[in-house]
Ligand binder design. Structure first.
Ligand SMILES: Cc1cc2nc3c(=O)[nH]c(=O)nc-3n(C[C@H](O)[C@H](O)[C@H](O)COP(=O)(O)OP(=O)(O)OC[C@H]3O[C@@H](n4cnc5c(N)ncnc54)[C@H](O)[C@@H]3O)c2cc1C
Length: 416
């Protein structure tokens, strides 16, 4: 069924009895043209674009838990395309453009809110670095504005501008950046894919691959063997565990990242805003809760929970930037598993196994990439060639040295 103002009205007047389940719960078929491993944002958007853009509908998404149980339902919902290096910028800008039309495209309310993203700077050196980033963005046709203290004071009067240790000088603003409701994005893509014939199979773990003479022929799952001509893996934090079953070691480490939400407050924070002297980012949800996060917990893990030391660290950074949030009570916190790559940039590529494709390395930033990642992965799987904006997101860049190291930190996945 299509959603519209009319369908809302009609169902309101008929006791809300006319709503249908948003996707089916099919049993797996014996064989598909394409199997996507992982029903997170990237797996679901890939299936959606495979069906919608490339006419491939004999597709299954195999998810070991329920839709939204991974990072797609655990992130702090920030979307932006304020990257500096061409290998990233073009890709993330495609994502931004897709976000801008997404709700109309898949006919689902994902609460995309272009409220602006501001990165604060606290020193002359940092201002120059942001000016450079902003200029690089503008050269790629992406919006960027460098704000001085006066302009920022007008926009965000709640900041601690004269903080004794970290006074704020200004910020880099991307007005088109903002937030989207993360789990609605998964549901919208799932619904759009299901409507076009894709089977979404939940509670089914991929436990191995069927590989014959170097060619993938399907997957082993907790519901039996399912054959496929092509298999795409989009398992985010579990990528290394899944690809291990195909005999592949990857330049990826899994780390925990936590997120926090406070009790509902009156509207105060009207953009997404990030601290420039520590890792801290915050926005306010439409329900009023402050949604924020910080750094990785700092050790390798596949557990979806973090530790208390990082809670303290993140809250300290928040207090240095916006002291008033010390009065708010944190209601909820949780962790997700990040697939940290060695240069902080993603991988969308083929693997040495014929017919087996890989989508991973999303680090902290894969939510905003969800639309472009799906589009580019679908392109790669359907056409066996990379999408024009994803030509540099190759697996072999760690061999050739053509890394896309946005922060210049080197092969330190925990620092990207
Ligand atoms: C706390 C936190 C805050 C974040 N904040 C932001 C942000 O503000 N902006 C941003 O852009 N990004 C953010 N991210 C990152 C972003 O959420 C991820 O990069 C992105 O969601 C990863 O892609 P995904 O949605 O496909 O992952 P997931 O939702 O994790 O999907 C992978 C799926 O694969 C499934 N799977 C794993 N193994 C198997 C198997 N063997 N068989 C079948 N299925 C399997 C998992 O169950 C999971 O559902 C954040 C992440 C976290 C944890």
């Amino acid at each position: 069924m299509r959603y519209s103002a009319f369908s809302v009205l009609k169902n309101a007047l008929s006791g809300h009895k006319g709503w249908k389940p948003v996707w089916r719960e099919p049993e797996p078929k014996a064989e598909y043209d394409v199997i996507i491993v992982g029903g997170g944002g990237h797996g679901l958007s890939t299936a959606y674009y495979l069906a919608k853009e490339f006419g491939l509908t004999n597709v299954a998404v195999i998810e070991k838990g329920y839709l939204g149980s991974g990072n797609i339902g655990r992130n702090t919902t920030i979307i932006r395309s304020n990257y500096m290096l061409p290998g990233n910028e073009r890709f993330y800008e495609l994502s931004m453009k897709l976000w801008e039309g997404l709700e109309q495209d898949f006919n689902y309310n994902a609460m995309v809110s272009q409220r602006g993203v501001i990165n604060l700077y606290h020193s002359d050196g940092q201002r120059d670095a942001y000016a450079r980033r902003g200029n690089a963005m503008r050269l790629e046709g992406v919006d960027a504005e460098l704000l001085d203290r006066k302009a920022l004071e007008k926009l965000c009067p709640y900041l601690d501008f004269d903080n004794g240790r970290f006074p704020i000088q200004g910020g880099l603003l991307q007005k088109r950046g903002g937030t989207a409701r993360h789990d609605a994005v998964a549901w919208g893509y799932a619904r759009g894919a299901d409507m076009r014939g894709v089977d979404i199979i939940q509670n089914c773990e991929v436990t191995g691959f069927v590989i014959e003479a170097g060619v993938v022929k399907g997957v082993e799952t907790s519901k039996g063997t399912i054959r496929a001509k092509k298999v795409g893996v989009a398992a985010a934090g579990n990528t290394t565990r899944v690809m291990d079953k195909a005999g592949l070691r990857l330049p990826i480490e899994s780390h925990v990242l936590q997120a926090f939400v406070t009790e509902g407050l009156k509207p105060i924070i009207n953009t997404v805003i990030t601290f420039g002297v520590g890792h801290f980012y915050i926005s306010q949800s439409d329900k009023g809760g402050l949604v924020f996060g910080g750094d990785l917990d700092g050790y390798n893990s596949y557990a979806q929970r973090g530790n208390l030391a990082m809670v303290e660290h993140v809250c300290e950074a928040g207090m240095a930037m916006v002291p008033m949030i010390g009065r708010a009570r944190v209601l909820r916190s949780w962790g997700g598993i990040m697939d940290m790559s060695m240069d902080g940039s993603p991988i969308i590529d083929k693997t040495p196994v014929d017919g087996l494709y890989l989508n991973c390395g999303w680090c902290y930033g894969g939510f905003k990439a969800t639309p472009a990642s799906g589009m580019c992965f679908a392109h790669l799987i359907a056409r066996d060639a990379p999408h024009p904006v994803a030509t540099e997101l190759r697996l072999d860049r760690f061999e050739t040295g053509r890394v896309i190291d946005e922060t210049g930190r080197g092969a330190q996945p925990n620092l990207h």
